[in-house]
Design a protein around this ligand. Structure first.
Ligand SMILES: [Zn+2]
Length: 471
């Protein structure tokens, strides 16, 4: 889950008053599931199998057939649960994904025990209350409620609760798309690990739907040199070569480019903002886009990252001794690539930007392995925002939050959606959980979530699944 920027602080408040408090019928169930999940430590060291088994048992108890609720995965400690609520099969299924693992939390850093759900001052406290056992519990509660109601939609709903999104080996979604595609094939994917309602001082401002993700790629820039004694310097110096190369990367700006998602993002924002900012956001949507407006908006790091691929130096090492000419110098340049561009294209561009045959540029995979060439295969295209998905979300924003604006967004970070998008399953990160802009505690200490916010998310999830499974 990523926090949205603080861009709203300058807004005129959008007048989206909370609808009258609605406690969903399955709130106690969702809260029990949340408590059960929080109380199970599912950090990388502990694995996800205990949590996956517990969720499977709940679905069996609710009447799901054993064949429709399976535990799968490469690692016995990191099992993934995949369940299917059957519909008529008129349309292709929907896949829901949520990761069960959480990042480590130390008791000494916290006010409460991070692996024991505590309710205090109207909040649930515990590791995973924001990222993302809240979303897992709401998926589970919605499925169980639909099952108990005997609901029969026009398509199956598949739920995958998975391992190792936060790091570590054996990522569950990656494993499923490569080994059990049959279990998870779907028309599209809903991921509760992103998007959601952002509020300021408790006042809901907008509901974000992350409908696209940038591609992550690390490149190593390196150079070697015979070296020599530092009392006899020569112009051909490994550190100067690398420093010049990095300087050229710093000076270079990748071209401005919008896709259907980021166009939707700027269109929605232009309506929410005012003055020069709103005018600039409209101006970059024009054909041709206004270059002065692009330049002004590019000064905001988040907007800049939304409008173009970015590459930045993140690590550096060089030299062997204070009194020796350097024999080697290397740096890591981290790129966040707009959807639709292969990493290999960016590698070629970096070579052209650096324009120094003494600098070798290699691709470093997530596991640290080096390759002369980055992957050049067909990268994930930007998701085309489907009215079949966005329509129901907007409808619920009206019903549950008195007409809250819905903003499509491109995540500049990455979630498990990168695996489903890459596998050709268009993925929308969305949730009805509300988090205050200055209370984002995902992966932090004293992680917490408002009880009322969670309950609203429970109802949102249930209603959304109903709307998406009937013509
Ligand atoms: Zn997460």
């Amino acid at each position: 889950m990523r926090p949205l920027s603080v861009f709203l602080l300058g807004f005129a408040l959008a007048g989206a008053a909370l609808a009258a408090a609605q406690v969903p019928a399955n709130a106690p169930l969702a809260e029990q599931i949340l408590q059960q999940l929080i109380n199970i430590n599912s950090t990388d060291a502990m694995g996800t199998t205990v949590a996956a088994t517990a969720m499977r048992q709940r679905l069996l108890d609710a009447g799901f057939a054993p064949v429709d609720v399976v535990l799968v995965g490469a690692n016995p400690k990191k099992q993934n649960m995949v369940a299917r609520l059957r519909g008529s099969g008129q349309r292709q299924p929907i896949l829901l994904i949520g990761h069960l693992d959480v990042v480590e939390a130390r008791r000494v850093d916290w006010t409460t025990d991070p692996f024991h759900l505590v309710i205090k001052d109207g909040y649930f406290y515990g590791r995973g209350t924001q990222d993302m056992k809240d979303g897992d519990a709401n998926f589970m509660a919605a499925l169980i409620r639909l099952k108990r109601e005997g609901y029969h939609g026009d398509r199956d709903i598949i739920l995958a609760l998975t391992a190792a999104e936060e790091g570590g080996t054996d990522n569950g979604v990656d494993w499923l798309v490569h080994n059990r595609r049959d279990l998870i094939n779907a028309a599209f994917v809903l991921n509760a690990d992103g998007g959601g309602v952002t509020s300021i001082n408790g006042k809901p401002m907008f509901l974000a739907v992350d409908a696209s993700e940038k591609l992550y790629a690390d490149f190593q820039l390196s150079t070697t040199n015979p070296g020599g004694h530092s009392s006899l310097p020569v112009p051909d110096n490994a550190i100067y070569h690398l420093a010049n190369a990095l300087h050229r990367v710093q000076q270079f700006q990748f071209p401005f480019e919008l896709n259907s998602v980021t166009r939707g993002f700027f269109t929605a924002r232009a309506k929410l903002e005012s003055g020069r900012r709103a005018a600039d956001e409209r101006a970059i949507l024009a054909t041709p886009p206004d270059s002065a407006a692009i330049a002004r908006l590019s000064k905001d790091p988040e907007l800049n990252a939304t409008m173009r691929t970015t590459c930045v130096a993140t690590r550096l090492s060089a030299g062997d001794a204070n009194n020796a000419l350097p024999q080697n110098a290397e740096a890591i340049v981290n790129c966040r690539i707009l959807p639709g561009h292969p990493a290999l294209d960016i590698q070629k561009q970096l070579e052209a930007i650096v324009a120094d045959p003494k600098i070798k540029i290699r691709y470093m995979r997530d596991d640290g392995q080096m390759f002369d060439q980055a992957p050049g295969g067909a990268p994930a295209r930007p998701v085309e925002l489907s009215p079949d998905v966005m329509g129901p979300i907007s409808q619920l924003a009206k019903q549950l939050w008195s007409g809250l604006p819905v903003i499509p967004d491109m995540a500049t970070g990455a979630s498990d959606g990168k695996y489903t998008n890459a596998a050709g399953l268009p993925t929308y990160a969305v949730s009805g959980v509300q988090i205050d802009e200055n209370d984002v505690r995902a992966q932090g200490r004293d992680e917490r979530l408002g009880v009322a916010s969670f309950d609203r998310g429970t109802e949102f999830q249930y209603r959304l699944l109903r709307l998406l499974t009937q013509m």
